[in-house]
Design a binder for this molecule. Sequence first.
Ligand SMILES: NC(=O)C1=CN([C@@H]2O[C@H](COP(=O)(O)OP(=O)(O)OC[C@H]3O[C@@H](n4cnc5c(N)ncnc54)[C@H](OP(=O)(O)O)[C@@H]3O)[C@@H](O)[C@H]2O)C=CC1
Ligand SMILES: O=C(O)C(=O)Cc1ccc(O)cc1
Length: 436
Amino acid sequence: MGDAVVGIIGMGDMGKMYARRISDAGWKVHACDVPDKFDSLTAEFADRKNVSILENGHLVSRSSDWIMYSVEAKNIDAVVAKFGPSTKMGAIVGGQTSTKAPEIAAFEKHLPKDVEIVSCHSLHGPGVNPKGQPLVIIDHRASPQSVALVSRILSCFESTFVPLSAEKHDRITADTQAVTHAAFLSMGTAWHANNQFPWELPRYIGGIENVKINLMMRIYSNKWHVYAGLAILNPAAKAQIRQYAESVTELFKLMLAGQREELTRRIHAAKAAVFGARRQDEELLLQDDLLDRFSLGTKPLHRVKNNHLSLLAMVDCWHRLQIIPYDHMICSTPLFRLWLGITEYLYRNDELLNECIDTAIEDTSFRADDLEFTFAARDWSERVRLGSMEAYREKFEGVQGYFETRFEEAGRVGNEMIRTIEEGLRERKAGGGGGK
Ligand SMILES: NC(=O)C1=CN([C@@H]2O[C@H](COP(=O)(O)OP(=O)(O)OC[C@H]3O[C@@H](n4cnc5c(N)ncnc54)[C@H](OP(=O)(O)O)[C@@H]3O)[C@@H](O)[C@H]2O)C=CC1
Ligand SMILES: O=C(O)C(=O)Cc1ccc(O)cc1
């Protein structure tokens, strides 16, 4: 490895994952977190001779060649304001936050002019194997040699590099991550409001229901600030989240009024736009028998029907915003690919989609769940529109507390589900099958 020292400011889940992998590849790492964590971090990394835990970001900044800020997006301005002026002359700085607009603004505002800027974003959580996952690289203000150095450092992840501008990054992640999270946050909120643990109810077990539950649990077991940052600080995300809430509301009203024709027309128009001719001959991303294996409950003898309001609204939302989700596969997270996989599974199976419409119009037993889901989608959208981190946190942590006791098990089942399904996708890709 070269002589370059990699600095990491913020040793939370992502910072630690970066420190471990980069030091395993032979690079020297200088890292810090807040002063309170100095002793515990020093003990945790004591057996790695090429990781030095330093007292603060000044010490990291003045001694490193590529400094990566891996702190909460909501703190990025304050943290860069504090340590940015201490950056070693001619060094390169980047960040790992999920939304680049505030990160780049902070760099431009607080870094000395001689400092170059190359940022990144791993499009997966800290528990996922980075191999083959997208890793966005943003060359914002740097020489080709500096971009090459950062690429060399990050090559140990064996991820797929996706070079993007900060602005393009934010637009794509708003389309993929922010709106996907809105759907799962709303599911969890609705189950909580109805005092349900969905894995205890036959209607929520098996196939695509398992994916919904596992991904909902995955999001709520993570930290609120990751999702709040993505939704509130990304200038492109508000419109998407609002459209999702509007699609939920409008479709639910059609169901309530029994307007079968209008509901069918709208569902099919969205289907044609999103899953039209281009996808017709492609293999499905997911198979139901595979999904059946990842349940937190016991599967009933017969599958219970569902109107899948959350999925119908997603496709309606993509249609209204003219988003073709497949165009974003290059810059997608495992969660987004699974979400797209289950919507595709529903929309490309005529029998299932017709059953969904019948259930929406005829089966009133879902009304209470759907009412809470509609309230939830609107309330999440409203909190994001108001830009209130505290309002977001309060709601997130309320639901998180409700599901907490099952996070450990859900994490295990969810990781296994993601691993198995992603391996299947990779194998099919290698064999020239569907997916992109
Ligand atoms: N978790 C995920 O799935 C992913 C997260 N990201 C992004 O990566 C970034 C980090 O996320 P993650 O690791 O999960 O979050 P964590 O909360 O686990 O880590 C952030 C760390 O930064 C520390 N920190 C805050 N202020 C300072 C400071 N002044 N000096 C040094 N350290 C500081 C925090 O301390 P304290 O807790 O005391 O504030 C915390 O330990 C976020 O911007 C997130 O959006 C990107 C991809 C995936
Ligand atoms: O896959 C997802 O959407 C996740 O929830 C994990 C995640 C969270 C934040 C990121 O910036 C990237 C990935």
